[in-house]
Every structure is written in structure tokens, then in C-alpha cells.
Design a protein around this ligand. Structure first.
Ligand SMILES: [Zn+2]
Ligand SMILES: [Zn+2]
Length: 348
């Protein structure tokens, strides 16, 4: 079916240069599948790439764009007996090689021969064999395509938050009222945090945070987050602090919100070549755990979809708009110029 067939796909030519073009539908080889995309969601990472190029150097222009998606299988390569045409699936945006030094240590997020999958903002997407091998799933019937697409950022948050070892009854502070902050908020609640304090800048988003279970919401434009969080924790600060913005200033702020013996997760990716200052006495005498987090692993993708299906994590409040693939450029202009939307579902 893919012979000579064309499809619409969003191609990124450079910073803020996203164009919809007619390109060939990818050809399928053994071990691969072709999926008709039913929904693709926008992501903070996509917005950052659109605005300033890719930090890690994985992307070379021009490139197909988008990485959170779900759809229906339309063509199956040889040797994949368990798949059926028409099956509703989501796949991760990565497939670890399972044989490099990092994979041998089960650090699949750090695989040195990772197969990355881009091209979600298109009518069809080809899932390469390494992703089919470890990171594709059938979508449960009670989960919509849009919700299934958001398994990707949820999997990243889940991977990060598990390292924080939140204990039942802990105080958790989150910096950031975007989709990532709101996913961490829901995960922290599931982990048994008693008081969740979320700092942000947009009242509309903070209201959603309140609805999703934040005990305290703080608008950093109007109130001093550090002072407020110290007040709410008898001067100590939070047991666990999660940074979900991706700026050196908020990375530094996270270190000021944690109590002694506590944990800081610097989750948001900062612009390239930036650095932060760390008070060595704080790290030493206050015995702080300082954690980074990159990407996620196939097992976290599977757990993320389970959490969505069991309604333990709510995705719908994070999808604030829907647009046709024809409007993809508009969608990214909108996301770059206003903070009104959290995520836009792109429907091919
Ligand atoms: Zn994403
Ligand atoms: Zn590997």
C-alpha cells in the first residue's frame, strides 16, 4: 500500500521554520510497522526545539517533527505475528539497542545506540524495529488516542520521580505549572505526599494544578515561593523538590526550597552550555541529594499507559486545544507566544 503513496507531514527546517509538506509514505521492512496517526500531542520539548534548536544535537535539519502520538496499525512487516492490522497502538519515541554498555547495566534511557523516532505530526509514521521490539503497546479500549500520546512525557516523569523516593506523608514542592509540573504533581500524590506545593506563573494553570490535587498553589509573580514554602514547612523546606521548568535560575531556586536531608530533582532540561551555582556547604552539611533525569525506559512507558488506563493520572485537563495537522505551524506559533495552552492535540 505504501508504493508511491504521499502523505502530509510537518518538516522543521530550522528555528521557527515549520512547514507542512507532501512526502512519501515510509516503506516498511521486516520487523517494522506503519501506523496511521490518529492524534499527536505537542510537548514542551517540541516547543523548545521550535524556538531554539535541539540542545542534545540529535536533530539535523530538515527533520520530520513530533514525538508524542498514537494511531492504528495499517501495515505490518514480516516476522511480527502478534500484531494485527487496525490495532490501536502507541509507541515510545525511542528504542534502546539492548546490547551496549549502558543497556547491559539496564540504563536503557542512556543507550548509546538509541533509535529515536520522530515524525508524529504526519498522516503516517513508521515504527522502526528497535522500537517495535521494546516500546510499542496496544492501547486499552478506555483510553483515547490523545491520552495515549501523553504516555511519553508521563513515562519521563515517572522515571524521574521514582528516583526521588517520596515517602508517605512527605512534603513535596514543584516548580513549574506546565504539563510536566502537572504530571509530577499527580505522581507525587500517588506516591503518598501529604502536602504538595506548586509554584507557577499562570493563574489559569495554577487553577488546574489545584483541581489535580495541589494543596498549595503559589503564583511566583505575586508571592515569594521560597518564603511561602518555608512558612508552610515550619522553616524547613520540602522533603522533595522537583524542578519542572528547565532554566538555571529555577534549578538554583529548587536548592533553596529543600530541607536538610532532602532530595532535589532537576528535571527540566536547560539551554545548552548553561551552568548553576551550588552552595557547597548546603550540599555537604545539609546532606542534600541532587538528582538529574534524562528521558525514560520502555518499562516506564508501559507503566505510564497503565496509569492512564486505570485513571490514576488524568490527562484530559492537560490537553487544552485540538487543531488539524494543516494548522501545525499555527499551533507552534500559539504555544511560543502565549502560555494559554498546555498541550495541543494535532489531528492528522
Ligand atoms: Zn514529549
Ligand atoms: Zn543500548
Amino acid at each position: 500500500m505504501t508504493e508511491d503513496k504521499k502523505m502530509k507531514a510537518a518538516i522543521l527546517y530550522g528555528v521557527r521554520d515549520l512547514r507542512l509538506e507532501n512526502i512519501d509514505v515510509p516503506k516498511i521492512h521486516p520487523g517494522e510497522v506503519l501506523v496511521k496517526v490518529k492524534a499527536a500531542t505537542t510537548c514542551g520539548t517540541d516547543v523548545k526545539i521550535f524556538q531554539r534548536g535541539y540542545v542534545g544535537g540529535v536533530i539535523q535539519y530538515p527533520t520530520v517533527f513530533g514525538h508524542e502520538w498514537a494511531g492504528d496499525i495499517v501495515e505490518i512487516g514480516e516476522s511480527l505475528s502478534w500484531m494485527k492490522s487496525g490495532m490501536r497502538v502507541r509507541a515510545g519515541n525511542s528504542g534502546p539497542c539492548l546490547s551496549c554498555i549502558m543497556c547491559n547495566k539496564e540504563k536503557y534511557n542512556l543507550c548509546e545506540n538509541m533509535t529515536w523516532l520522530w515524525g508524529a505530526y504526519a498522516q503516517y509514521i513508521k515504527v522502526p524495529a528497535p522500537v517495535v521490539n521494546s516500546n510499542i503497546q496496544e492501547i486499552p479500549t478506555n483510553v483515547t488516542y490523545e491520552e495515549a500520546a501523553v504516555a511519553e512525557p508521563l513515562a519521563c516523569c515517572l522515571y524521574g520521580i521514582e528516583k526521588c523516593n517520596i515517602k508517605t506523608g512527605d512534603d513535596v514542592a514543584i516548580i513549574g505549572d506546565g504539563p510536566i509540573g502537572l504530571l509530577h504533581l499527580q505522581l507525587a500524590r500517588l506516591k503518598g505526599a501529604s502536602q504538595i506545593m506548586l509554584c507557577g506563573l499562570i493563574d489559569q494553570r495554577l487553577k488546574i494544578a489545584r483541581d489535580l490535587g495541589a494543596n498549595v498553589i503559589i503564583n511566583a509573580n505575586k508571592e515569594n515561593c521560597i518564603k511561602k514554602i518555608k512558612q508552610l514547612t515550619n522553616g524547613y523546606g520540602a522533603d522533595v523538590v522537583i524542578e519542572a521548568v528547565g532554566l538555571p535560575t529555577t534549578w538554583e531556586q529548587a536548592l533553596k526550597l529543600v530541607q536538610k536531608g532532602g532530595t532535589v530533582l532537576e528535571f527540566g532540561g536547560c539551554p545548552a552550555s548553561t551552568s548553576i551555582n551550588i552552595d557547597t556547604e548546603l550540599l555537604h552539611y545539609a546532606d542534600i541529594k541532587l538528582l538529574g533525569s534524562f528521558h525514560t525506559t520502555p518499562i516506564h512507558f508501559k507503566r505510564a499507559l497503565n496509569l492512564i488506563s486505570s485513571r490514576k493520572i488524568r490527562i484530559k485537563p492537560l490537553i487544552t486545544d485540538k487543531m488539524d495537522l494543516d494548522n501545525i505551524s499555527n499551533a507552534f506559533q500559539t504555544l511560543s507566544s502565549s502560555k494559554k495552552d498546555l498541550k495541543i492535540a494535532i489531528i492528522p
